[in-house]
Design a binder for this molecule. Structure first.
Ligand code: NAP
Length: 350
């Protein structure tokens, strides 16, 4: 049982991010004081929504400089906090020049550095780590023989050269559990979201969520979509899952945050129903043989295609619903609200 003093400030790492924006907002709306770490608190773009939240909640939100690769940089902002919510980690999709430096190093070293600061900060009682379903499974084909992925599953199929982002999240989460097990002052809870969609409070995020939704306006799915399915979850529900994980005294372990599994075609259909038929919304699935053929040209390996395209996927979110009281929004609402926000932000046309 871990009781967090409601008057102690909450530290949120990666405060400028897509997911973190909603966590910070809901913490403030719940009356908490929040310290958000960002790499550059002075930067001109990407922090406007946090400045607006600070103005709306005077004296309760402060920004602090910290970098995942800079040992000890989180310690000062953490002083006096009982709850640390560690979201900072790059979520980049597509072909990367240097996955080790761009993903794996910041995820793993960042987790070590944040948790070293936790170990050095006597006030901290609980850490909520934003992990991912990417630490639960690697490829959709890992579903073979299972009814659904649960929080007991671990990704054993990703590596430094295959599904690098998933590998980075798996290494980081495993490291966090190892560091936690070496002491008994603070406990660790992980939130393992599926693909997070829903309205973004910032247009500056380079999250893979934005890249994915960008494909529904850039024409890349006009001829059809690969038969690829993901667990989808609303960003607002992911934020609520973090808050509930932080403040539910007997929360424990890993919590899968996912409302349902959808394919790219399913997302296209939701968008077509809500916004009318458009060329950029896929209306059919591409034959897997075609996807296989063009895979190298679109930055995918044939190994990836074989292990992911055409495989259905399912997740068990019951612990989040029952223990944390999360009532996941239907994906249709999430996707529609996400696209509405893209229209408001000028990324998509009405
Ligand atoms: P995001 O908008 O790109 O946020 C990532 C955050 O990480 C940014 O605030 C960024 O800060 C910070 N960051 C990156 N490198 C850093 C470094 N070296 N030092 C300090 N901060 C650094 O992405 P997101 O989608 O919100 O992702 C947030 C978390 O959710 C990540 O842990 C991600 O793995 C996890 N997650 C996301 C999804 C999803 O579908 N979006 C699904 C499951 C899990 P700067 O502003 O300084 O760049």
């Amino acid at each position: 049982m871990t009781e967090i003093d409601p008057d102690s400030p909450v530290l949120v790492t990666g405060g400028s991010g897509y997911v973190a924006g909603w966590i910070v907002r809901y913490l403030l709306e719940a009356g908490r004081a929040v310290r958000a770490t960002v790499r550059d608190p002075q930067k001109a773009a990407g922090l406007g929504h946090l400045h607006a939240l600070a103005a709306a909640h005077p004296g309760r939100l402060s920004l602090h400089r910290a970098d995942l690769l800079d040992e000890g940089s989180f310690t000062e902002a953490m002083a006096g906090c009982e709850l640390v919510i560690h979201t900072a980690s790059p979520f980049l999709v597509g072909k990367l020049d240097n996955p080790h430096d761009q993903l794996i190093r910041p995820a793993l070293e960042g987790t070590r550095n944040v948790l070293a600061s936790v170990d050095a900060t006597p006030s901290v009682k609980r850490v909520v780590l934003t992990s991912s379903v990417a630490a639960v499974y690697g490829d959709n084909a890992d579903m073979a023989g299972k009814a659904a992925f649960t929080d007991a599953d671990w990704n054993t199929t990703s590596s430094a050269t295959h599904q690098e982002y998933s590998h980075s999240k798996t290494l980081a989460e495993r490291e966090a559990w190892k560091i936690c097990a070496a002491q008994d002052r603070w406990d660790l809870i992980t939130v393992n979201p599926g693909l997070v969609l829903g309205p973004s409070m910032t247009t500056s995020s380079v999250s893979g969520s934005m890249t994915t939704m960008g494909h529904f306006v850039d024409g890349s799915l006009t001829l059809g979509a690969p038969a690829l399915s993901f667990a989808v979850v609303d960003v607002r529900d992911v934020a609520l899952t973090h808050l509930s994980a932080g403040f539910t005294p007997d929360a424990r372990g890993r919590y899968i945050a996912a409302s349902g599994a959808l394919s790219l075609l399913d997302i296209g259909k939701v968008l077509g129903n809500a916004f009318g038929r458009r060329r950029s919304f896929p209306r059919r699935e591409l034959p897997t043989s075609v996807v296989r053929l063009v895979a190298p040209a679109i930055g995918l390996t044939r190994f990836y295609v074989d292990r992911n395209v055409g495989w259905p996927i399912r997740f068990d979110n019951s612990r989040s619903r029952i223990e944390l009281g999360i009532d996941f929004r239907p994906p249709q609402e999430t996707i529609t609200d996400h696209f509405e926000q893209m229209i408001t932000d000028g990324i998509a046309k009405r």
